[in-house]
Structures are given as structure tokens and as C-alpha cells.
Design a protein around this ligand. Structure first.
Ligand code: BV8
Length: 248
């Protein structure tokens, strides 16, 4: 329930931070990692494929998995959750959006200065030196880097890989300084991203969770709205700022 205290906090806070996970993109048609064990990815286990070891062991299989995900993404659009979040941000003097998602849908919905903790599937780099590459010979999977010949890979953070240092530092700073911290559409299983909500709690922020099911954070959050981000975020936007998200 959106209480007067929550309305007051969101209307009068100067600094708000939000972290999102796969759940906010689910209504855009992108399977979440939890669905992966059932849905479209039943034959793939992301935990097994999204690692440097899996790539080196079978570069073609991992490259093709990401090529397939890019194709799936090409047909996806931001949903009302992404749209509402980009509008909520405009009402907050300092709003920092942090995402674990690699789909770029927040930017497509108009969100600015998005911190991409785990990279972006639309960016491609080479494995050995991180050369960013825009075009490649589609006949080869994976293609060689035109600069150094090493294998191309998606510019995402795999399990066991360090997060981009600056992105993580900026995210931790936002979590430590914010007055309200929103955790949206994430199961909170993957670290260090999942730690940000607890860093915000430790710094005295009000923590608000919006998720389709309870998570380890739920019991610690000041507010926990169980439901779809595509419903809950437009509801917050309407109830607090009397603004609505245009129909897609
Ligand atoms: C690191 C990009 C330091 C790739 C991703 C052993 C060795 C090394 C590291 C570790 C280790 N043990 C643990 C670790 C740390 C590890 C980790 O946390 N593992 C987990 C599994 C325990 N982390 C790492 O490896 C990180 N790096 O620690 O570096 C280091 C380095 C070397 C050695 C030691 C330490 C790197 C982690 C980043 C991995 N890359 N993505 C790609 O996309 O292919 S992670 C990927 O999975 C996502 O980005 C995201 O972070 C995570 C999935 O989580 P969610 O987004 O929350 O999605 P999920 O499906 O789980 O949940 C969705 C939720 O939404 C659900 O609760 C659902 O109910 C809800 N929902 C569904 N629909 C809706 C909804 N909610 C609202 N509305 C809806 N409509």
C-alpha cells in the first residue's frame, strides 16, 4: 500500500537510487534467469554458459547463444515499467538508475546515465584486449577481432569476471548516498549487485522492493510490493505524481 510516509519520502527526497533486474524486462518478452530453468532457455543454463570458461571451452556455442539473444531482443520494446521509471526519475533531483540487465531497454525508454553493472549485449569486444568492434564477418562464429585476431565476445560481465570498476564504484556511491533505494525485478541472488540494497539499508535509506515474488531482501525492505513492475511502477507514478504512462 502506498502510505503517506512513502509518498512523502519519494516526493521530498533529493537522492533516489534504483536497481533493476531481469524482472523489469520480463513484460517486454525477455525471459528472466529464473525462467531460464523452465522457459525458452530450458536447454541452456545461463549460469553454465555466461562464463569465460564456457566460452573458451566452446566459443561457437556461447557466441551463438548471445546472437540468438540479440535477435530475440531486436523484437522487444520497453514496457510500462521501463517507461514509468524514466518518468519517475524526472521528478527526483538526483535519480541514479543501476541495472543488472544487458538489454538496453532502460535507455530505449528514455532513462539517462544508466549504470550498466553487467555490460550490454549490444556491444561486442574481443576476448584478449577488449577492442570494441561494431561490424564483423557473420560467416564465422565467433568472428576474429579485426585489430588483434582474438575471438569476439559480447561486452557483458560473465560469472567469475570483475564488474567494470567505475560502474560498481558509482553504484556503491549512489547506494550509500541515497535517501530511498528501489529494488525492482531482481531475485537478489547475484553479487556484488545484490549487496547494493543492503549498503543502502546500512546507510539509513528507505528500501522499497517491487518484485513478482518474495526475495531475501523482502523481510529487510521498509516497503515490499509484490506484483509486476509494469503495474506497480505506473501505479506509483500515478498515485504520487498524478502522471500516467502513455499506451505503447
Ligand atoms: C564477481 C550478464 C568478483 C551476462 C550476469 C565463485 C567464483 C567467482 C564468483 C563467485 C563465486 N561464487 C559467487 C560468486 C559471485 C558471483 C555470483 O553472485 N554468483 C551467484 C550465482 C551466487 N558473481 C560474479 O561472478 C560476479 N563477479 O563476483 O567478480 C570475482 C571475480 C573472480 C573471482 C571471484 C570474485 C559477476 C556476476 C555477473 C554475471 N553476469 N549477466 C548475461 O546476461 O549473459 S548476471 C545475470 O544474472 C543478470 O545480470 C542478473 O544479475 C542475474 C539474474 O538476476 P535477476 O536479474 O535478479 O534475474 P532473476 O531471473 O534471478 O530474477 C528475476 C526476478 O524478477 C524474480 O525474482 C522474479 O520473481 C521477478 N519478476 C519476474 N517477472 C517480473 C518480476 N518482477 C517484477 N515484474 C515482473 N513482471
Amino acid at each position: 500500500m502506498v502510505t503517506p510516509e512513502l509518498i512523502d519520502a519519494l516526493k521530498n527526497s533529493r537522492r533516489v537510487a534504483a536497481i533493476t533486474g531481469a524482472g523489469i524486462s520480463a513484460e517486454s518478452g525477455i525471459p528472466t534467469f529464473r525462467d531460464a530453468q523452465t522457459g525458452l532457455w530450458a536447454k541452456y543454463d545461463p549460469m553454465q554458459l555466461a562464463t569465460p570458461e564456457a566460452f573458451l571451452e566452446n566459443p561457437e556455442r556461447v557466441w551463438n547463444w548471445y546472437a540468438w539473444r540479440r535477435e530475440l531482443l531486436a523484437a522487444c520494446r520497453p514496457n510500462k515499467g521501463h517507461q514509468a521509471l524514466s518518468r519517475i526519475a524526472r521528478h527526483i533531483p538526483e535519480f541514479q538508475l543501476i541495472t543488472q540487465n544487458v538489454d538496453g531497454l532502460h535507455q530505449a525508454a528514455g532513462s539517462q546515465d544508466v549504470i550498466e553493472l553487467h555490460g550490454n549485449i549490444q556491444r561486442t569486444k574481443c576476448f584478449d584486449h577488449g577492442h570494441t568492434v561494431e561490424q564483423w564477418d557473420a560467416q564465422q562464429a565467433p568472428p576474429p577481432c579485426p585489430y588483434c585476431g582474438s575471438l569476439l565476445r559480447p561486452d557483458v560481465v560473465w560469472f567469475g569476471e570483475m564488474l567494470p570498476v567505475q560502474a560498481l564504484q558509482q553504484a556503491e556511491q549512489a547506494a550509500a548516498r541515497c535517501e530511498v533505494f528501489l529494488s525492482i525485478g531482481t531475485s537478489g541472488q547475484v553479487y556484488p549487485a545484490a549487496d547494493l540494497a543492503y549498503q543502502a539499508l546500512a546507510s539509513g535509506a528507505m528500501v522499497v522492493e517491487i518484485n513478482a515474488e518474495p526475495t531475501p531482501l523482502t523481510a529487510r525492505a521498509h516497503y515490499a510490493f509484490t506484483g509486476k513492475a509494469g503495474d506497480q511502477l505506473p501505479r506509483l507514478l500515478a498515485e504520487i505524481w498524478q502522471e500516467s504512462v502513455p499506451d505503447a
